[in-house]
Design a protein around this ligand. Sequence first.
Ligand SMILES: [Zn+2]
Length: 93
Amino acid sequence: MNLNKCERCGCFFASKNSVCPNCESKDENEINKLKHFLSEADTTVTVDSLAFSTGVSLKNVNRFLKDKNLYTTLTNLGLDSQNDSNTNITFSL
Ligand SMILES: [Zn+2]
């Protein structure tokens, strides 16, 4: 059986998801927050200000954006993600 390490809490779990079942609902919650905030915003929102305004950590926002479908959904809602993903690769481990 393949075990994955949860990208949120770091625990190991058996599933092909990137987060464990415990964190799935937290992710869902935060994703809804992001969508809600973007749908209410009149102007485009940068990734930084989205994270700041919703209280969702930048790390998690960027992780959500790696999901192609979600990325499309959020950018369609007005997220300005011009410097997406590449800006965070320098993040030290
Ligand atoms: Zn977890």
